[in-house]
Write a protein of this length. Structure first.
Length: 130
């Protein structure tokens, strides 16, 4: 199989900078346009304040950081899926609805899981303080 210059990707510092720029643009779009990101941001601030205040362990910190990151990742993927579906069709289609609903459900499941993990970490610390 013959490869053309058009199909070859460039390597180097400029490409890395361009990729970082694209990622930053994606974050800005989500923060400007997705209401649920504001909810995640508020929850992140609360989690970080509680983590400092309750002096959680290093392992617990890593878990909190992981669930914060995973939640944002799923939000980004959900937004990408929703926008891709909207790009493909503007008409109602049952499969488009399923794609959007299941992407949203993934975000919901992670949010519930993150809440449970947070409660498991913080409630014993709060009880200790009382």
């Amino acid at each position: 199989m013959e490869s053309t210059d058009r199909n070859r990707k460039s390597f180097g510092f400029k490409r890395i900078i361009s990729s970082i720029n694209n990622s930053w643009n994606g974050l800005q779009v989500v923060y400007k346009n997705e209401q649920s990101v504001y909810i995640h941001l508020v929850c992140t601030i609360i989690l970080l304040i509680l983590s400092f205040f309750l002096k959680i362990s290093l392992t617990q910190w890593l878990i909190i950081i992981a669930i914060i990151g995973l939640t944002l990742v799923i939000e980004l993927l959900n937004t990408a899926i929703e926008n891709t579906v909207d790009l493909v069709t503007t008409e109602f289609h049952p499969l488009a609805k399923i794609a959007k609903d299941t992407a949203s459900a993934a975000e919901f499941v992670l949010a519930i899981t993150s809440a449970i993990i947070s409660l498991v970490i913080f409630i014993p610390r709060i009880i200790e303080m009382l």
